[in-house]
Design a protein around this ligand. Structure first.
Ligand code: NDP
Ligand code: A1CAB
Length: 265
């Protein structure tokens, strides 16, 4: 297997995959020498040129920025062959875009992961391209399962997936930052505010997962009549926070769509 592009997401995947399988047989394509040395030292993986990685691998993961996918495929297309599987993790890039740049019969799967993959708690969605069947989808699924959960979706839903779970960790961290600042504003020492917020987030996530209760029910249980939570939630509703989440997700989905046509930021 080869991972081309070992930045934030590539490294998160690498770390997750290495929990499930040995470093031997795992190739990384990385153009910066200092980064290559760092990855070899940290993970014991072999770092080689992109074309060599594609020649030697059965499965190739594309984890470069969306705007780098086209040039990267131009670089490696001559080394690709029928029977290989390319899994692209790039936001917005369609399987058709990739298939058009590779030899006929190369299977392509589009995946959208997220950074909690680094700690084995990722969420990824996968979709098949034209030449991918059950075998290739299962292979991509198994690969990503070593980094967390995996669902299958139609490719037309991938821009929405990107807006929700791909970018989602950033929204959560944004809320965490805001809650910590709020605690400091109310006079709590920063380390105390941070511990209160991080454990509240972690505990709430566990409660959601383990009880299977609807979030509305769990929120209602916190909201005592005439109490503190009702006072706070009223301010969030006044601030149209819920509507802003919808608008934010629409903006992310639209940006994902635009990335496929190479539209600049
Ligand atoms: N970060 C995230 O949360 C998520 C990211 N993704 C997707 O993952 C992809 C990577 O994102 P992210 O990790 O954040 O970005 P990064 O910029 O951190 O990583 C991209 C990496 O690719 C390297 N690279 C660029 N061109 C080449 C090349 N020709 N050959 C080998 N390596 C190359 C870059 O090196 P250099 O810096 O030297 O240019 C960099 O290390 C994107 O397509 C993004 O849409 C998907 C889901 C979540
Ligand atoms: O911000 C981005 O474009 C990438 C895709 C999803 C999360 N990060």
């Amino acid at each position: 297997m080869a991972i081309l592009g070992a930045g934030v997401m590539g490294e998160a995947l690498l770390a997750g995959i290495l929990q499930a399988r040995p470093a031997s047989g795992l190739l990384v394509g990385e153009k910066r020498a200092d980064r290559a040395a760092e990855l070899t030292e940290r993970y014991g993986v072999e770092v080689v040129g992109n074309a060599e990685a594609v020649k030697r691998a059965g499965t190739v993961l594309l984890v470069v920025k969306p705007q780098d996918v086209g040039p990267l495929l131009d670089e490696v297309a001559a080394s690709a062959r029928q029977g290989q599987l390319f899994v692209s993790l790039a936001a917005g890039i369609t399987t058709a875009f990739i298939e058009a740049r590779l030899p006929d019969g190369v299977a392509v799967v589009r995946a959208m992961p997220n950074t909690p993959a680094l700690v084995g708690e990722g969420m990824a969605a996968i979709s098949p391209g034209t030449h991918s069947g059950e075998e290739q989808l299962s292979e991509a699924e198994e690969l990503l399962r070593s980094t967390g959960r995996v669902v299958r979706v139609a490719e037309k839903q991938q821009d929405a997936v990107t807006a929700i779970s791909g970018s989602g960790p950033a929204y959560v961290f944004y809320v965490v930052e805001a809650m910590i600042e709020a605690g400091v504003h109310l006079g709590l020492p920063r380390p105390t505010a941070t511990e209160l917020v991080v454990q509240t987030l972690s505990g709430s996530a566990k409660l959601l997962r383990e009880t299977g209760e609807h979030p509305t029910v769990l929120r209602e249980r916190v909201t005592s009549p005439g109490g503190t939570t009702a006072a706070a939630l009223r301010r969030l509703d006044d601030g149209k926070v819920r509507a802003d989440f919808l608008a934010a997700a629409e903006a992310a989905r639209d940006r994902s769509r635009a990335l496929s046509s190479g539209e600049p930021a």
